[in-house]
Design a binder for this molecule. Structure first.
Ligand SMILES: Cc1cc2nc3c(=O)[nH]c(=O)nc-3n(C[C@H](O)[C@H](O)[C@H](O)COP(=O)(O)O)c2cc1C
Length: 234
């Protein structure tokens, strides 16, 4: 049995009275989940909609609690870290992580960043040792597969694209994925939402297809952890 952790982050719902307002990223992610559940109905499924229910921002007290040795934490400090503990437990339990994200102001929504800030935590998801020289941080988790689904209004954020220099969403997710213990990553991107033209229709159709294809392939594989981090192309 495997565990699929699904994190959505658009502030838009997947279904609205006016379907033009439906979140594109959530619907593409949903396609992945439907295919996965069809093939693996026995698996554990954990869902978080951080767009609708944003995690708390971290605070000075939060940092103070994190850097206090566990056995010396006050009840208030333990309480301060309770959400972080829960979110980290969900990540630790997951074999496959699906994150959907709209592009807001050329990066991820603050709500998703808040989720990462609760999770990327010293001595929980990474440790720090200056004897490692210029790279003192080391992720502590491993063996996970990540699928990211992104949606943007403009286009050309990929390498060599028209807006490559403004594409901060996918590179940021790639960097942070290592702290989730991700060895293999699949990226699905829908673009052109603001143009509402044929390019948009095709981009969404391709993304939905790709989500179903990746879900099919992964749900049939043994999900053996790979030692080398890679961004996979399916
Ligand atoms: C607050 C806000 C900021 C946005 N910023 C950008 C942006 O910087 N670049 C872009 O290409 N699209 C931008 N968009 C368009 C969204 O990325 C696009 O509507 C996307 O489909 C939203 O994801 P969703 O459909 O899952 O809600 C923005 C939309 C909103 C609401």
């Amino acid at each position: 049995m495997k565990t699929l952790l699904h994190v959505d982050s658009s502030v838009r719902a997947a279904r609205n009275p006016n379907p033009d307002h439906d979140s594109i990223s959530k619907n593409i992610a949903l396609r992945f989940v439907e295919t996965w559940k069809q093939n693996r109905p026995e698996d554990e499924y954990i869902y978080r909609d951080v767009g609708a229910n944003p995690p708390d921002f971290i605070t000075q007290d939060w940092i103070g609690a994190v850097f206090t040795p566990e056995e010396e934490r006050t009840p208030a400090q333990k309480e301060r870290l309770a959400l972080s503990d829960t979110l980290i437990a969900e990540i630790s339990a997951a074999d496959v992580i699906l994150i959907s994200s709209p592009m807001y102001n050329y990066g991820m929504p603050a709500q998703l960043k808040a989720w990462f800030d609760q999770i990327v935590r010293i001595n929980k998801t990474f440790d720090f040792d200056l004897s490692r020289g210029d790279f003192p941080l080391r992720p502590l988790l491993s063996g996970k597969t990540l699928i990211t689904v992104t949606s943007s209004g403009e286009f050309g954020f990929e390498k060599g694209g028209l807006r490559e220099d403004s594409g901060h969403l996918a590179p940021h997710l790639r960097t942070l994925s290592k702290y989730l213990g991700v060895d293999v990553m699949y990226e699905i991107a829908a673009q052109y939402q603001e143009f509402g033209d044929e390019r948009h229709r095709l981009s969404v159709a391709h993304a939905v297809d790709r989500a179903a294809r990746i879900a099919s392939e992964l749900s049939r594989s043994t999900l053996a952890p790979s030692l080398d981090y890679k961004v996979a192309n399916v």
